[in-house]
Design a protein around this ligand. Structure first.
Ligand code: PGA
Length: 251
């Protein structure tokens, strides 16, 4: 059961075992509450140790991976990590289609469809990332661009499934720039309307991501249609991330 607000830390290719332990001492055990779910998307190699740390301390956090293989199950796919394996390690969410992976690892819509399908099959909730470039935004065709990214979902049987969509404008990621609250609201409404029209999901959650920090968290969470945050850089700073979670919890 997904709660009403979701805060996801996207560590990207950062962190180490020592950091995990220091950070954990800092966060304490109870950032997630009845209405807010805090999720850590960490590098695959750390998933099991973090899972043990969380379980050993009765911490109510959830774990996410940052990617999943296009291949399913088990087999001769050197270097790949499947949805089944992630599930086996305690992962409940997986980020799919982050703009860094689309750009740097050439992930196309066909691959993303397969990834989401594999996750759904094993009961992991995908966090599907979408968002326009600065050129799309300036040219005024950003909603069309976002629509082509959303079309990936209509290829799949998602009836009665939960899905999380993270709206992350590429130009806002790691830049310190964020859209106006009106711009975020426009896209969030667009995503909700698209989903209502084209899919029969159990529930869709729309997160905002891109230069989220403790100072803009409250404003973003007040935007109609936004159900949470995907936090990159600020999630690596334990004090700041704890503040972001506190704001979400007390929202
Ligand atoms: P950022 O990254 O918060 O550092 O902008 C967000 C993301 O890429 O998910």
């Amino acid at each position: 059961m997904i709660k009403s607000k979701i805060v996801v830390a996207n560590w990207k290719m950062n962190g180490n075992i020592a950091k995990i332990r220091t950070d954990f001492n800092y966060y304490g055990q109870n950032k997630s509450t009845n209405n807010t779910q805090v999720v850590y998307a960490v590098p695959n190699v750390y998933i099991s140790s973090i899972n043990e740390l969380f379980n050993g301390n009765n911490a109510n956090y959830n774990l996410a991976a940052q990617d999943v293989s296009i291949f399913n199950g088990y087999g001769a796919y050197t270097g790949e990590v499947s949805a089944d394996m992630l599930k086996n390690c305690g992962v409940t969410y997986v980020i799919v289609g982050h703009s860094e992976r689309r750009a740097l690892c050439n992930e196309d819509n066909g691959a993303l469809t397969r990834k989401i399908e594999n996750l759904i099959q094993v009961g992991i909730t995908p966090i599907y990332c979408i968002g326009e470039s600065i050129k799309n935004r300036e040219d005024g065709d950003y909603l069309n661009f976002i629509q082509t990214q959303l079309n990936v979902l209509t290829e799949l049987d998602l009836n009665n499934k939960n899905i999380i969509i993270a709206y992350e404008p590429i130009w806002a990621i790691g830049t310190g720039l964020i859209p106006t609250m009106g711009q975020i609201n426009e896209v969030a409404n667009y995503i909700h309307a698209y989903i209502n029209q084209n899919l029969k999901l159990l529930k869709v959650f729309v997160l905002y991501g891109g230069s989220v920090n403790a100072s803009n968290t409250s404003d973003i969470l007040h935007v109609n249609g936004v159900d949470g945050l995907l936090v990159g850089g600020a999630s690596l700073k334990p004090e700041e991330f704890a503040n972001i979670c506190d704001i979400a919890v007390n929202f």
